[in-house]
Design a protein around this ligand. Structure first.
Ligand code: FMN
Length: 409
């Protein structure tokens, strides 16, 4: 049995005993819950976003609705939550208590404010209370305090730079992380603006503004609050590909540490976030669904994976996939791929045949036994048949010379 791999990772100059932390959310809006999470084994927690005592946080219920997809109950989660109803005075006390009881755990606070004075003031208070990191929500889908409804600070690079600099002024030596929204045309510009403002890290990225679906009888969208609804923030597995793209884009272009959030449900997702550049991974929807105990599987799964890959430390994952990402124009056209079938695995559901006939290149015919037969002249290797086949490994891609069109295969 080989030595266990080291799960610890560093982010913004702090050491986390594993990359797994709780994101700012209902999971972290209560002191007792964070205590339980730390006892369960989470490396850190971002306490739910707080604000000055004068802020009114007026919640509307119900605030959460699930996005079901093909039997998966929580493929996504929509929420119309706001920031915490617990103000900075209470969060200061929680930080002190948590740091005393769990000195090895990383206590991150999250903040939002409406004025320059408050951005600076709250950051100063959180830093003085002993917060390890100050995260700033520039990306709540319900909007930023003091801004026009629905407007997210993270959508304006100029404001990102300016407000980040204010927070840095208040935070002193405490690292500042800016939580951005993927809802922008140029994510690199936003991340660069945060860096220019002095940010130590980026939290990429928050929920995505969405309309969660409609009741076809009443015509009212979900979640329904006394016959009305509004736009939700979409989280959970449904948004993972968007988060991966955001982390990758920033990692490739901006020199800044990244903590990943948005769609990670298990250790595999976390490993993927790290492979494109995240140093830690934040979870919200998964623990809201299955509880804090998922940390055991996260740690166990990642440790086994690292050993399987012959890696000694989780940090070895960070950014390893970036060299494999390039622009479309730089992709090779020299090799051609075509689709092949392992007939013995075919369940004869005709899906590859139908997809290729009506959405592809009419390269698949069914023989007298209803088994798909590939026409190698017509197959361009688009990949649609693999995407729709329900049996893993039944269809596969084979590389052939571009001019050869499969005849060598
Ligand atoms: C009900 C709910 C409340 C949330 N509240 C906050 C918040 O106060 N501040 C914040 O920065 N993010 C908040 N988030 C966003 C999460 O921190 C996280 O970034 C997002 O849910 C994506 O991660 P996930 O797919 O693991 O859930 C909230 C998410 C949910 C579902």
């Amino acid at each position: 049995m080989s030595q266990p791999a080291d799960l610890s990772t560093s982010f913004c100059g702090l050491v986390f005993d594993s990359p797994f932390i709780l994101a700012a959310s209902p999971c972290t809006d209560d002191l007792e819950m964070v205590r339980r999470a730390f006892q369960a084994g989470w490396a850190g927690a971002v306490l739910k976003t707080t604000s000055v005592e004068e802020t009114t946080v007026d919640l509307a219920y119900p605030m959460i609705v699930g996005l079901e997809h093909e039997g998966r109950r929580v493929f996504g989660l929509g929420n119309i939550d706001l920031i915490s109803q617990h103000h900075v005075d209470e969060i200061e006390e929680r930080v002190r208590a948590l740091k005393e009881e769990f000195p090895q755990k990383v206590v991150v606070t999250s903040m939002m404010a409406a004025t320059k004075e408050d951005w600076i003031g709250v950051a100063r208070r959180l830093s003085a209370a002993g917060a390890d990191i100050i995260e700033c929500s520039f990306s709540c889908p319900q909007g930023t305090l003091g801004a026009k409804p629905g407007f997210m600070l993270g959508q304006d690079p100029g404001l990102v730079r300016e407000v980040t600099a204010w927070v840095k002024e208040g935070a002193g030596s405490t690292p500042v992380v800016i939580k951005i929204t993927p809802q922008v045309a140029d994510i690199v510009e936003v991340a660069q603006a945060a860096r220019d403002g002095g940010a130590d890290g980026i939290c990429a990225s928050n929920t995505i503004p969405a309309l969660m679906g409609l009741d076809l009888e009443t015509f009212v969208p979900y979640p329904q609050v006394a016959g009305k609804s509004t736009y939700s923030g979409l989280s959970g597995p449904a948004i993972k590909p968007i988060t991966l793209r955001v982390i990758a884009e920033i990692s490739r272009s901006v020199q800044i540490s990244i903590t990943g959030t948005g769609g990670a449900a298990d250790w595999r997702d976390a490993a993927e976030f790290m492979l494109v550049g995240a140093r830690t991974v934040q979870f919200c929807t998964a623990p809201m669904h299955y509880g804090f105990r998922i940390i055991e599987d996260l740690k166990d799964g990642l440790e086994r994976y690292l050993r399987h890959k012959g890696m000694r430390s989780a940090e070895e994952l960070v950014g390893k996939s970036l060299p494999f990402i390039t622009g479309h124009g730089d992709l090779s056209r020299e090799k051609k791929v075509i689709s092949r079938i392992r007939s013995e695995l075919c369940v004869k559901d005709d899906l590859c045949y139908l997809a290729c006939r009506d959405g592809g290149h009419q390269a698949i015919e069914l023989d007298e036994n209803r088994l798909p037969q590939m026409d190698e002249e017509k197959c361009v290797g688009c990949g649609l048949c693999l995407a729709v086949c329900p049996v893993p490994g039944c269809l596969y891609m084979e590389e052939v010379l571009a001019t050869d069109n499969g005849k060598s295969g």
